[in-house]
Design a protein around this ligand. Structure first.
Ligand code: SF4
Ligand code: SF4
Ligand code: SF4
Length: 179
């Protein structure tokens, strides 16, 4: 519910405040350096394709019984192996790209599912009643590589569907120009 319908209200606020994968990745001793190129971000489509195809192959070609008991030992083992792999990929990507949110940007299939409804979200950050002094701090501090200054300095709301509503831009704005 939070991932499919929540984005209609708070966009990708789940990614900013509730995701257990990101919670672990945020602890990594990685200092962000630059932005990840957009070509790499397209890898998420491959990841989404695999996430959809893999269960379908299991069910329709390898006779996996979806009605079986989820709490049996092998099911649990596969769940932990899958989650472990998820974290390992996330940690490796953070160090390779020097960005703790690299997994979100280049590999997480869920991010694509949320981007679509997020475009219609009710809650968006935008300019406050104070003037933007164009210092660029918001854009530099944004963990999702959004050019926040371009939106705020032009009096526009931040409509980018990569926004995770983390409020880093608001916290770091010296002019209190984002609200
Ligand atoms: S993009 Fe994926 S991994 Fe990153 S915070 Fe959102 S759901 Fe979690
Ligand atoms: S820093 Fe601002 S624009 Fe960037 S993700 Fe966080 S809330 Fe969204
Ligand atoms: S941090 Fe604030 S003042 Fe600086 S560019 Fe961003 S919105 Fe403008």
């Amino acid at each position: 519910m939070a991932k499919v319908f929540g984005p209609l209200i708070w966009g990708r606020g789940f990614c900013g405040w509730a995701c257990w994968t990101a919670a672990v990745l945020e602890w990594l001793p990685v200092k962000k350096e630059g932005r990840i190129k957009s070509e790499f971000k397209k890898l998420r489509y491959l990841s989404l394709g695999i996430s959809i195809l893999f269960p379908l192959i299991l069910i329709f070609f390898l006779n996996y019984d979806v009605r079986s008991d989820y709490l049996n030992r092998s099911e649990m083992a596969w769940m932990f192996i899958g989650n472990g792999l998820y974290y390992l990929i996330g940690i490796a990507l953070a160090f390779i790209f020097k960005d703790r949110r690299a997994f979100c940007k280049v590999a997480c299939p869920v991010s694509l599912v949320m981007k679509l409804p997020s475009g219609l979200r009710l809650i968006k950050l935008g300019p406050s009643d104070k003037d933007c002094i164009k210092c660029g701090r918001c854009s530099r501090k944004c963990p999702m590589d959004i050019d926040v200054m371009a939106y705020i300095s032009q009096g526009r709301k931040v409509t980018d569907t990569e926004c995770i509503l983390c409020l880093e831009c608001v916290r770091n704005c010296p002019a209190e120009a984002i609200g």
